[in-house]
Write a protein that binds this ligand. Structure first.
Ligand SMILES: O=P(O)(O)OC[C@H]1O[C@H](O[C@H]2O[C@H](CO)[C@@H](O)[C@H](O)[C@H]2O)[C@H](O)[C@@H](O)[C@@H]1O
Length: 384
């Protein structure tokens, strides 16, 4: 694994907005938008400061990035004179949906593209299978969602790819039918496959909860002592900041500031910075009110999707349609590989307009559940 030793800990920013014409994507993978119906100007010309809805973290400081990575909710928008009025917000959201159509209303079209192909499902956890809540330890998925995921996994190979540690996300989901990748894809438990063993050096053969032989792929294994050390330092250095929560995700560490008063965000950023400058082989990314410390390795959720497809014997683009559903910046890496490789569909879960490399959108986890249900119903009816 190629370890890049930078001398500063980089802050990852969002990629530049893409237009369909620049993507070179096969037209049958493009979601339907009525000709001329969407003007990207509708979204992109709205100044961020005025609307608060553009999710852009091209900011110079970590504090700015923290503020920018916290898109305000519609409810808050209603309460503020400076934000979009609810009707304007609805109009902006509808305009955005012309570029990222609802995966629910586009279901027939997705199915059409899946004709003659095997579907593989990749699901993010937080904000996708479970709603975002204040306490990360209480991000439980509903029994109804679990039942649907279980059913969908009966028909299609299904994997959960999360920023959480693999053990933690397995604890939340609790389904043995799925494949799991934790730590943003840096900890994958998948089937043993010779081509994977030949092509990647970071494999260990292990056994899963049922005693079945599995392949454990952990490309950042050598970072474990460093991550543990950073976790401890972060806990120690932030202990006076009310509301901060440091979560050890095995190959990465999450610094949650959701429950920290905005006035103290600067202190959080400073504490993280003080530690990060001693670790040039670690970098910082942003999620939903969370700063994430992770190893500088050439690995992300996109690479994890490709790895799992290969492990599952599904890497032939011609007869496999991978679908990835996620809500966060780290999911963009997966949307990107599917889009750029002309392989399949990314579906962004978002209740606010965001620039994305996904093809479709869903508003929230309840729509994710409806979408997964549609696959079950479709599969059951086509088996009749
Ligand atoms: O890749 P994911 O499965 O989406 O994990 C990303 C991070 O999700 C969790 O944090 C987020 O959800 C929490 C619970 O709803 C919320 O309190 C927090 O503000 C969000 O950022 C998780 O705790 C992180 O470790 C994951 O990296």
């Amino acid at each position: 694994m190629d370890l890049k030793s930078n001398h500063t800990a980089p802050v990852l920013t969002d990629p530049a907005p893409l237009s369909k014409s620049r993507l070179g994507v096969h037209s049958n993978l493009l979601p339907y938008s009525p000709p001329g119906a969407f003007s990207s100007d509708l979204l992109l010309n709205i100044p961020w400061k005025k609307t608060g809805i553009l999710d852009d973290v091209r900011a110079s400081s970590w504090l700015d990035a923290m503020k920018a990575s916290s898109p305000r909710h519609r409810k808050m928008m209603k309460d503020s004179n400076n934000e979009l009025a609810p009707n304007d917000f609805d109009a902006a959201y509808r305009a955005w949906m012309l570029k990222y159509p609802s995966a629910l209303t586009s279901f027939e079209q997705i199915i059409k593209c899946a004709k003659g192909k095997r579907i593989a499902l990749f699901l993010d956890y937080d904000g996708t299978l479970s709603p975002i809540v204040d306490n990360p330890d209480c991000a439980f998925m509903s029994d109804a969602m679990r039942a649907v995921v279980k059913k969908v996994a009966k028909y299609f190979p299904t994997a959960v790819i999360s920023g959480r540690s693999r053990d933690k996300v397995y604890e939340f989901v609790g389904l043995t039918e799925l494949y799991y990748a934790g730590s943003h894809g840096m900890d994958i438990m998948g089937p043993v496959r010779q081509s994977i063993l030949d092509d990647h050096t970071d494999n260990i053969t292990s056994t899963d909860q049922q005693g079945k032989e599995v392949n454990l792929f952990q490309p950042a294994r050598e970072f474990l002592p460093m991550i543990d050390e950073v976790f401890k330092s972060l806990v120690e250095n932030t202990k006076e900041i009310k509301g901060v929560n440091i979560e050890n995700n095995k190959f990465c560490v999450s610094v949650h500031y959701r429950n920290v008063d905005e006035k103290s965000w600067q202190t959080v950023a400073q504490c993280v910075d003080d530690i990060m400058k001693h670790y040039p082989r670690l970098r910082l990314t942003h999620g939903r009110k969370v700063l994430e410390v992770r190893p500088v390795i050439n690995w992300d959720k996109g690479k994890a999707v490709m790895f799992l497809l290969e492990s599952l014997g599904l890497s032939n683009c011609n007869d496999v349609l991978p679908i990835y559903v996620g809500d966060d910046r780290t999911d963009e890496d997966a949307f990107k590989v599917l889009r750029e490789g002309n392989r399949g569909y990314g579906i962004l879960v978002s209740a606010v307009p965001k620039e994305s490399k996904a093809f479709y959108s869903l508003r929230d986890p309840s729509e994710v559940m409806e979408f997964l249900k549609s696959f079950v119903i479709w599969k059951q009816s086509s088996a009749l």
